[in-house]
Design a protein around this ligand. Structure first.
Ligand SMILES: Nc1nc2c(c(=O)[nH]1)N[C@H]1C(S)=C(S)[C@@H](COP(=O)(O)OP(=O)(O)OC[C@H]3O[C@@H](n4cnc5c(=O)[nH]c(N)nc54)[C@H](O)[C@@H]3O)O[C@H]1N2
Ligand SMILES: Nc1nc2c(c(=O)[nH]1)N[C@H]1C(S)=C(S)[C@@H](COP(=O)(O)OP(=O)(O)OC[C@H]3O[C@@H](n4cnc5c(=O)[nH]c(N)nc54)[C@H](O)[C@@H]3O)O[C@H]1N2
Ligand code: SF4
Ligand SMILES: [Mo]
Length: 774
């Protein structure tokens, strides 16, 4: 059998590693190694990337569309599947209006070309206000914070890992996750390098993680209390006269005195008991941060998916500003992605342009919180959701209160899922439309290159051809968009080229009209004729690169970047250098300055104040947090045999002191009970988790009937989101609270027949529509 080698970016996580693939004649991946010639990842690879071949060739991956029948899901042809979707959506819209069709977009769409380039057109064509994404189970607090501080919700500063001398990291565990909102292949190596050049790494986490093990210092923190620590750090900088703004920042800053006033009550002494961190440690941490030559504060998912998610994200960047480290080498900087024009005019940031029907929660970034999706499906009345489109998401496992959501999905009138697997979510779909294998899919990280620690760009064409008649994911989404817009004969043809043509002509028209654009005043038709690429998707990428900050400006800068040049001259990717200061390109608040103390954030700090004043001697409940494992990725890699081999990782971590108090030993089955439900898991006492805290990973619970993921079903685990509470959100961003969930534990006598980790208990209560909250 012949073999050949091909190169591409790994599509699985945010680290953007280059891969070297060996392929057989049939286009199957037989070996995966790190791409040593990738200038960014330099050959780094993790166990997930290394098993991409198994994922790509997974026999459970759907080879064509499925339609639900009385006896389960059955194969149908593509045309028939799209026609069923057309009828299903049209019926719901006709009877109940456009808002009765909801969309849920999941995490893998942020790792694809199709998601960022085509899902928006589908949402627009549907014309619904019911858009939900995994962002409100993840990073939405960052967008709200950046929207208010800098004017642009996407302008999230990243720690300049390779040049910083001091990293204060909260709620992140890159040794397992490989980093998030900070794309950095070989994150572990980059952390070690900070220490090797004499710098310091401090990790704040309720668990002593592998990342904490690599750091100079680890501070245990009570889950959900980071905002107290962060505001006490801000307080200390002001109180000890350690604020040191560079002129660069001072001239672009509003709200310094307001921030000082907000923080004035929060002395380290007052927050010590709440956080579990001694006042002296907090003061020392503030002094070290101020004294460091180049420092960065970085908070990730542990600080986002909690009750004070937005305050945390704000205070992290406030600390970066107050220490003079924002937009400075070695501090927290704004990447400059090659495909994002810098002249783009941005709308002023605002939230709450509409509200959710049942709980009245504000829209943020055009979406509503996934924590209220079940409410909107279950609650009768005008505007109730009756149909759902899911794209690359598994909310039946990933959303808070997911047992209730799972039941709600079963009651929809119509559901279509764009997804390669029949899993816990898509088993409810009337129609499943599977995208092709990764090997058959082009790759360009539209979403993630904007968070990389160096300016870097790489395009990966598909390494194996699409079989005849098999649509790409872009084509699936484009055809759905045409169907949603009611185009004639939409369910009969591939709409990608038509849709791309519309978007290209719109973008070029605007660029030609806009002052400051590299093609200002030129003829859009002439620009259109210059676009290069085998597919219309590639032409769009070419257009974006040529209008971008490193682009050729359609000939204006003949040495500049084009897709053709990127493909021909840089098949392993192109390093565009370290991050550069660029605040003036970023800032787009109405004042044109950084708004260091946005009024909604100052107002939300009152919640912190009232909790500080609550009686201190009441017994603290046990609280649940999450964790990630290197060989997993949310809910969907558990069908890869190599990744689930070995001991069960879906166990309940608890501190030995709590285990002793409750009479729980290693290997015992424990029932974990919360307001929303209960699960049974195997206990794993460990002093890596602080007393009063228990931890379960998410993405497990593959024991539902009607799925087709054989390996995952044999390694089912339990679904932690049966325990998380959909009523608890960060009010400013609508983000779910996964960390700090009050729970109780009950030892369970083990039955001799079932393996403990294979059992899941039903929710402790039957699903009820939530009370509307004002
Ligand atoms: N292997 C693997 N990699 C992944 C993923 C995966 O599932 N598996 N998922 C990907 C996705 S979608 C994302 S968003 C990223 C996330 O990437 P990270 O943000 O690095 O996520 P985690 O590894 O979960 O680390 C979060 C840490 O926060 C801690 N924590 C929990 N509660 C609190 C708290 O209240 N305060 C503080 N300070 N810490 C707290 C947890 O103990 C945990 O160690 O990872 C991505 N990469
Ligand atoms: N308790 C708890 N819950 C959490 C978290 C936590 O830390 N704790 N983390 C949250 C976070 S950070 C996130 S991002 C969410 C993730 O939430 P989701 O995005 O809802 O869940 P995933 O498990 O990532 O599901 C991905 C789905 O996409 C499908 N898929 C894979 N590849 C492709 C593709 O190329 N195209 C398409 N169309 N589909 C594809 C998979 O089959 C799977 O169905 O979970 C959140 N839930
Ligand atoms: S670290 Fe992430 S991008 Fe790199 S090989 Fe692993 S899964 Fe792929
Ligand atoms: Mo995520």
């Amino acid at each position: 059998m012949g073999t050949r080698t091909a190169f591409r970016t790994c599509p699985l996580c945010e680290a953007l590693c280059g891969l070297e693939l060996t392929l057989d004649d049939a286009g199957g991946i037989t070996r995966v190694r790190g791409d040593a010639a990738d200038p960014f990842s330099k050959g780094f690879i993790c166990p997930k990337g290394a098993t991409l071949g198994s994922l790509d060739g997974d026999p459970d991956r759907l080879s064509g569309p499925l339609a639900r029948t009385a006896g389960g899901h059955a194969d149908v042809g593509w045309d028939e599947a799209f026609e069923t979707v057309r009828r299903g959506l049209a019926e719901v819209v006709e009877r109940h209006g456009r808002d009765a069709v909801a969309v849920y977009i999941g995490n893998p769409t942020a790792h694809s070309v199709a998601g960022p380039l085509y899902a928006g057109a589908l949402v627009k064509a549907l014309g619904t206000r019911n858009l939900y994404t995994a962002s409100t189970a993840d990073q939405m607090p960052k967008h709200v914070s950046s929207g208010h501080l800098f004017g642009d919700p996407l302008a999230v500063p990243v720690p300049d890992l390779d040049r910083t001398g001091h990293l204060l990291m909260l709620g992140a565990n890159p040794l397992e996750s490989n980093g998030s909102l900070c794309s950095a292949p070989d994150f572990p190596g980059r952390l070690k390098a900070i220490r090797e050049r004499g710098g310091k790494v401090t990790v704040v986490d309720p668990r002593r993680t592998r990342t904490a093990g690599l750091a100079d210092e680890h501070l245990f923190i009570r889950p959900g209390t980071d905002a107290y620590l962060l505001i006490a750090l801000v307080h200390t900088l002001f109180a000890e006269d350690l604020v040191s703004l560079t002129a660069h920042l001072r001239e672009r800053l509003n709200g310094l005195d307001d921030l000082r006033a907000v923080a004035v009550d929060f002395t380290p002494e007052r927050v010590a008991a709440v956080t579990g961190i001694p006042a002296a440690t907090i003061r020392r941490t503030a002094r070290e941060l101020a004294a460091a030559d180049r420092a960065a504060v970085y908070g990730r998912i542990g600080t986002c998916t909690q009750a004070y998610g937005t305050l945390n994200s704000w205070l992290v960047d406030a600390l970066n500003v107050l220490t003079g480290n924002l937009d400075r080498e070695g501090g927290a900087m704004f990447p400059r992605p090659a495909h994002t024009p810098v002249y783009r005019r941005k709308r002023p940031f605002t939230t709450g342009r509409w509200r959710s029907r049942v709980r009245g929660l504000p829209e943020v970034n055009g979406e509503l919180p996934v924590a209220t999706l079940a409410d909107e499906i279950e609650t009768p009345g005008e505007g109730r959701i009756r149909a759902l489109v899911t794209i690359g998401g598994n909310p039946a496992l990933s959303a808070p209160g997911s047992a209730r959501l799972d039941a709600a999905l079963a009651g929809l009138d119509f559901m279509v899922s764009v997804d390669p697997y029949l899993n816990e979510t898509t088993r409810h779909a009337t129609v499943v439309l599977p995208p092709p294998r990764p090997a058959q899919t082009p790759h360009y990280d539209v979403a993630l290159l904007g968070f990389a620690v160096r300016d870097y760009v790489r395009y990966s064409p598909p390494v194996a051809p699409l079989p005849d008649g098999r649509p790409s994911e872009a084509a699936i989404l484009a055809r759905l968009a045409l169907i949603a817009s009611g185009a004639d004969g939409a369910s009969a043809g591939d709409g990608t080229a038509a849709l791309d043509e519309m978007i290209i002509s719109g973008t070029l028209g605007k660029a030609a009209a806009m002052d400051g654009s590299p093609v200002h005043g030129r003829e859009p038709a002439e620009l259109r004729a210059m676009l290069d690429g085998g597919t219309s998707t590639e032409q769009r990428i070419d257009m974006m690169l040529r209008l971008g900050p490193y682009g050729d400006g359609f000939g204006a800068d003949p040495g500049g970047l084009t897709l053709a040049r990127l493909r021909a001259e840089h098949p392993h990717g192109l390093d565009l250098g370290p991050l550069k200061p660029r605040l003036d390109e970023i800032l787009c608040t109405p004042s044109g300055r950084i708004e260091l103390c946005p009024p909604p954030f100052a107002a939300d700090a009152d919640r912190l104040r009232s909790a500080l004043n609550a009686p201190r001697d009441a017994p603290q409940p046990l609280v649940l947090i999450g964790r990630r494992h290197l060989r997993s990725n949310n809910s969907w890699l558990h069908n890869v045999p190599e990744l689930v081999r070995g001991s069960n990782t879906c166990t309940l971590h608890l501190n030995p002191s709590d285990a002793d108090r409750l009479g729980i030993g290693p290997g015992d089955t424990v029932r974990v009970v919360s307001r929303t439900g209960s699960v049974e898991a195997t206990a794993e006492p460990t002093d890596a988790v602080m007393a009063g805290v228990v931890s379960l990973p998410h993405g497990w619970g593959h024991d539902r009937p009607g799925t087709r993921t054989g390996t995952a079903s044999r390694h089912a685990g339990v679904n932690v989101n049966v325990l998380t509470d959909e009523r608890e959100i960060d009010p400013l961003s609508g983000t779910a609270v996964f960390n700090g969930v009050p729970v109780t534990l009950e030892p369970v006598p083990t039955s001799p027949t079932a393996l403990p980790h294979q059992r899941t208990a039903a929710p402790a209560r039957s699903p009820q529509p939530a009370e509307p909250t004002p």
